[in-house]
Design a protein. Structure first.
Lengths: 502, 698
């Protein structure tokens, strides 16, 4: 390990995270009477990690070199693409810490708050490794690190039966998926003799492997990833777990773990199955497996299933769960194009999705804090009794639908531009029709908040100052990015580069 | 002072009123004293604009542009790649407009403190003024037509809010709606014009569009489209500057508070249309300019004839504003660019002074607006009287006033235009209007301030307005004196405003689409750099020829107008009531009093037409369509049973199927979600198998 020092330098954010995790656990043991400071330690750890993530931007290279036979290839690829997703994950985590401050559910388990944050840090560490790992074994390990933490978190509050139910379902479903994925990985290893994506790519350039087995392996690996990004037909756990888990964790799962999943999917396909990128930015796929058709079918299926199922949901958390499935479908469309333009659309869409989805969950949480319910009938008249919450919710829902002048429109705009550029008009029209369907269930919430008269007087949900600030932090960029989005586009453009062979 | 400081100051001037608006509108209910913040902010903006104006005029001969890229589209479908830039452009007319807008806005703020005192939405009123000031400054500063359009709509909104400020009064809320809708008609044209430009030049920035035009790129390859674009954009100005046929909203807008009328509906917002035309002046072809000149001249004539007989003090001023705006538009149309802008500035001051003066009178007379109930106020309100008189002299074009300088220039411009092109009707109309203006303005002054008081009760209670209200009058009347603009009271050309501040820009349209007098005529002119020629040598000579002729003619008609007004209303040598009993005179009088029934015409045609179309369609639906359906059903009683069955099972079935399809799909999807994890796993395994079968490589 001659390059150990260089490798460690490249993974500084991960090191800081591990240290913060240890500090958290230690502090939890030391201050077992007074846990007031634990969240602040977590926050400090996240901010420090964030600083190192930013400091790492622009750095590129392999950490932990495995083989130098065909150029230097390592376990981890550090590049701008990874940094972008790591930044998104850190932003989400920081926001989730603030969510946890004001969540009633989390208030009730203050005595176990140390474990709570330790588990979240475990998830973050797993996600960071997922985002940059280029070795199937490491991918699998970090996926498990993330999953195991999230299984526990899903049932962490143990306040109601449905918490435990959610955790158990998540665990069983996750176990099956990761089992399938492991099977797929073993097949790929058997076919190519390597677990490193770059080596596999080279082996597949001159294919003499059995293509049927390879297709089988690919679908199995996709089962593992698809479960993380909750794409059909691997999405079944999503509504049940999202409904059962504490809202903070639901929000976290819907954004951060999805971000990691998408980063993994993009890196996996781009590194393993793309032979070269032409000057215009289109990716040339290796002719060994028809990823394009698979992904088109899956993305259309995912968004249609998500949108149509959401039509009937009366529980807001469940509705948002289906909506997040639908958004996974839209995001997959960006990959279907197999071009830099499509990837740009995914990066932009995800940053915007982060803001609007977290915002919607925050409002559901604030209302649930007050009324103890996530049922749509308990939203009747809330728009009038709680104007700030009402207006913010309308903005988030409009953005989720993808209408101007909100950021959601910009996300969809870039996505559709990529589709039309690739001459995939039919797919674009299907996606557009799906947006129309989604309008129904999003606006239904607005209707209940403003137009349906409540049976008894609607409770006034007046957020306190810190919640107001948190809401504003989410609302302001959703509106601002709707009119001035060039900085985000520039950032995403500079993050397009996925590390290639040196 | 560096260029970047100037830019920063201009941006600060733009956003300060917005800051005031947001603060006051959010916190105004809780802190009623917050209106002082708004007044303070506008005063700061005024001081900054003063600094910016002098710095720009003294030290920066070149235009200053600051911009940033708002949107970059690498490859948009159907449009290719393009950038949309936002930014500001600071040239001489920008800084002068900044000064005018901020000065009048500040004075109106001060005036309103007393005038609006005790109103129940007092702070809200000031926040709206802040919103208006922000939007207006946006129009002035922007360097591209997209932002111009955005701010254009924003001033429309703030104007709507302020016209309908006393919305409990039906006439006020109606007037607000009318202004908004009538403006919308003009804005459609402007929007189409913008689209023509954007489709062809892929940019919204004025300078970028003009440099492409100068290089010979025509919209859709034809200069006819250029004319169309010019006229369409001018339609926006027709709406905003209340030009015929869209002038009907401005007199009604007088339902708003009087200081608002002074700020928005006399001095600044309505001048935005003229400002827009100055911005697009260089891309106007001769045809477009002729249209503009005719619209302006006709507007000013129609409005002047209506103003002759109105009895509401604010209505007279409103029609006089329409008439003067027509003057400016006409002046641009005949190529007298500098005088148009000059008149915009001078008119802003004396018209604001008159409106605020009328506000002072209305305030003193306890909201009496009918001049037939006034009279003799000269003794009670001397300061209001003298400031009003100075502005009246200015608008009538009497020497030693600012109005004389600018109006004389416009008249000379029309005269030269008539001589060079043969369109003599335009100067004739212009001189007629000049005479009428002098008449109706003196009629107003004489009826209001001179003679015996006609309503003694109100007269006895009248008093001079408080200091905070008369101070703006004095300042504005002071600015209506020639000395601020030129040292020579009869030669505006010698002054700094015309000789160095306002420069006529060179046209960018091809030579063959320009007026002859805007092409280079001599060899020397042709030898100069292309596109730098504003007027031919003949034009300059003709302007010299026209200068004194126009001056004497305008003095003569103005004097005549004043003399007739004196005869009618001061010395009472002619009995007006008797005069209008004659048949022809009576018809004319009634026509003018009823505003030539243009409103009624619109009610009968456009408004009623829309309503009638709606009614007609509904009638058609009920009688014809339903009747036909019923009739055919009756006729085909036997087959109807069959068709009924068909209807029930096939047509309805299809309709219901489509309607419920989404729901059904959703429901069946929901059935998949059983809640049992065993089932989920079965689905996953089957999913994998199906995917494999679908996409197996052989």
């Amino acid at each position: 390990m001659a390059n150990l020092y260089q490798s460690l330098e490249l993974i500084r954010p991960e090191i800081i995270l591990s240290i913060a995790l240890l500090v958290l656990v230690t502090c939890d043991l030391i201050f077992h009477k007074n846990k007031k400071y634990i969240p602040y330690i977590a926050l400090g750890g996240l901010l420090l990690t964030g600083i190192f993530v930013i400091a790492n931007s622009g750095a590129s290279g392999f950490a932990f070199i495995q083989s130098e036979l065909m150029g230097k290839i390592g376990l981890l690829a550090i590049d701008n693409f990874g940094t972008y997703f790591k930044a998104l994950i850190i932003i989400t985590s920081i926001l989730i810490v603030f969510f946890s401050f004001s969540s009633e559910e989390i208030q009730k388990i203050t005595d176990r708050i140390g474990e709570y944050y330790a588990l979240i840090f475990g998830m973050i560490l797993g996600m960071f490794f997922i985002v940059s790992s280029v070795d199937l074994i490491l991918i699998y390990l970090s996926l498990e690190l993330m999953s195991l933490s999230s299984y526990v978190l899903a049932g962490f509050t143990k306040l109601r039966d449905r918490n435990s139910e959610a955790a158990l379902k998540y665990l069983i479903f996750g176990a099956i998926s990761s089992g399938l994925m492991l099977f797929g990985i073993s097949l790929v290893y058997g076919l190519t003799g390597s677990t490193n994506l770059y080596v596999i790519n080279m082996m597949l350039q001159s294919p003499n492997a059995n293509l049927f087995t390879l297709a089988f392996a690919n679908i199995l690996i996709f089962a593992g990833i698809g479960y993380k990004i909750s794409s059909a037909p691997f999405h079944f756990w999503t509504p049940d777990v999202y409904e059962g888990a504490p809202i903070t964790i639901t929000a976290y799962l819907s954004v951060a773990s999805k971000a990691a999943g998408f980063a993994l999917l993009i890196r996996f396909i781009k590194t393993t199955y793309v032979s070269f990128v032409d000057p215009v930015g289109n990716w040339q796929l290796l002719p060994v497996f028809d990823w394009k058709s698979v992904l088109i079918v899956i993305s259309i299926l995912t968004m249609t299933l998500g949108n149509f199922s959401a039509l009937w949901q009366n529980n807001l958390k469940r509705m948002l769960a289906f909506s997040s499935i639908a958004h996974a479908g839209y995001l997959l469309l960006g990959l279907v194009v197999f071009s830099n333009g499509g990837m740009l659309a995914i990066l932009i869409y995800f940053a915007i999705y982060l803001l609007m989805n977290l915002g919607a969950f925050l409002i559901v949480m604030l209302i649930a804090n007050k009324t103890g319910s996530e049922d749509i009938d308990d939203y009747n008249g809330l728009g009038h009794s709680s104007p700030y919450i009402g207006i913010a919710m309308v903005i988030f829902l409009i953005s989720l639908t993808g209408l101007p002048p909100t950021a959601g429109f910009i996300g969809k705009l870039y996505l559709f531009i990529a589709l039309v550029d690739a001459k995939m008009i039919t797919v674009a029209i299907i996606a557009l029709l799906n947006s129309v369907v989604s309008l129904y269930y999003y606006v239904r919430v607005v209707k209940h908040m403003y137009l349906v008269k409540p049976e008894k007087e609607a409770p006034a949900v007046i957020p306190n100052l810190s919640d107001k600030i948190l809401l504003t932090v989410l609302v302001a960029p959703v509106l601002l990015l709707g009119v001035y989005f060039q900085p985000l586009v520039d950032w995403a453009k500079s993050s397009l580069e996925v590390l290639g062979l040196m | 002072m560096s260029e970047s400081l100037l830019i920063n100051l201009s941006v600060a001037i733009l956003f300060l009123p917005l800051l005031g608006f947001i603060t006051v509108v959010i916190l105004g209910k809780r802190f009623p004293k917050l209106y002082l913040l708004e007044v303070g902010i506008v005063s700061i903006a005024f001081i900054l604009s003063l600094v910016v104006m002098f710095a720009k005029l003294a030290y920066f001969p070149k235009d200053i542009i600051a911009e940033f890229t708002w949107i970059t589209m690498g490859s948009a479908p159907f449009a290719g790649s393009f950038n949309i830039d936002l930014g500001i452009k600071i040239d001489n007319i920008t800084v002068m407009m900044l000064f005018v807008v901020n000065l009048i806005s500040m004075l109106v703020h001060l005036f309103s403190i007393e005038y609006m005192h005790g109103d129940k939405r007092y702070t809200r009123y000031f926040s709206y003024l802040g919103l208006f000031t922000f939007s207006m400054l946006g129009i002035v500063l922007t360097h591209n037509i997209l932002m111009m359009y955005i701010f254009w709509e924003l001033v429309g909104v703030s104007s709507y809010l302020l016209i309908g400020f006393w919305y409990e009064k039906k006439s006020a809320s109606d007037a607000g709606k009318k202004a908004f809708i009538v403006n919308r008609i003009g804005d459609i044209g402007m929007f189409l014009g913008i689209l023509i430009l954007w489709t062809n030049y892929k940019t919204f920035t004025f300078d970028a569009i003009y440099s492409q035009m100068a290089a010979g790129v025509m919209p859709f390859g034809s200069s006819a489209w250029l004319t169309a674009a010019g006229i369409l954009i001018f339609m926006g100005a027709v709406g905003k500057s209340a030009q015929f046929p869209l002038h009907v909203w401005l007199p009604d807008a007088m339902e708003g508070p009087t200081p608002v009328s002074a700020l928005i509906h006399a001095a600044t917002m309505v001048a935005a249309g003229v400002y827009l035309v100055t911005r697009i002046f260089v891309m106007l072809t001769a045809d477009a300019m002729l249209v503009i000149a005719v619209v302006g001249a006709f507007t000013s004539l129609v409005a002047a004839t209506i103003a002759l007989t109105q009895n509401d003090i604010k209505k007279v001023l409103a029609y006089s504003t329409v008439s003067q705006l027509g003057y400016m538009v006409m002046s641009l149309g005949v190529g007298a660019y500098a005088f148009a802008f000059f008149h915009l500035v001078t008119h802003a001051f004396f018209k604001a002074c008159m409106f605020l003066g009328s506000g002072s009178v209305i305030h003193a007379m306890h909201h009496e607006q009918d001049i037939r109930n006034m009279g003799g106020l000269k003794k009670k309100m001397p300061i209001t009287y003298y400031t009003f008189l100075i502005s009246t002299l200015a608008i009538s074009g009497i020497p030693l006033t600012s109005g004389f300088l600018s109006k004389d220039g416009i008249l000379a411009g029309t005269l030269a235009f008539g001589k060079l092109t043969g369109h003599w009707l335009i100067p004739i109309m212009a001189f007629t209007v000049a005479g009428m203006t002098a008449f109706y303005m003196f009629r107003l002054v004489l009826l209001t301030f001179h003679g015996e008081p006609r309503d003694h009760h109100k007269y006895d209670h009248a008093h001079e307005s408080p200091k905070l209200m008369v101070a703006p009058l004095v300042i504005l009347a002071g600015l209506s004196i020639f000395i601020w603009y030129t040292p020579n009271p009869i030669g505006a050309d010698a002054g700094w405003v015309l000789s160095s501040w306002i420069k006529t820009p060179a046209q960018v349209v091809p030579y063959n689409t320009r007026y002859e007098f805007m092409r280079p005529s001599t060899e020397e002119q042709k030898a100069e750099v292309h596109g730098e020629i504003t007027h031919s040598v003949e034009y300059t000579e003709t302007m010299h020829w026209a200068h004194y002729k126009a001056m004497f003619a305008s003095l003569a008609v103005a004097g005549l107008g004043i003399l007739i007004a004196m005869l009618f209303y001061l010395w009472k040598k002619v009995d007006v009531d008797k005069m209008i009993e004659g048949k022809i005179m009576n018809t004319l009088y009634r026509g003018s009093l009823k505003k030539w029934k243009i409103d009624e015409l619109y009610d009968a045609t456009a408004v009623n037409g829309t309503l009638q179309t709606g009614n007609g369609l509904s009638w058609f639906d009920q009688k014809i369509v339903d009747g036909a359906v019923n009739g055919s059903a009756w006729l085909t009683r036997f087959t109807s049973k069959l068709s009924g069955l068909f209807d029930t099972y096939v047509v309805d079935g299809m309709v219901n199927f489509t309607a419920l399809f989404s729901g059904f799909v959703g429901l069946s999807f929901r059935k998949l979600q059983t809640g049992k994890v065993q089932t989920y796993i079965v689905f996953v395994v089957f999913g994998v198998i199906i995917l494999l079968l679908l996409f197996k490589p052989f």
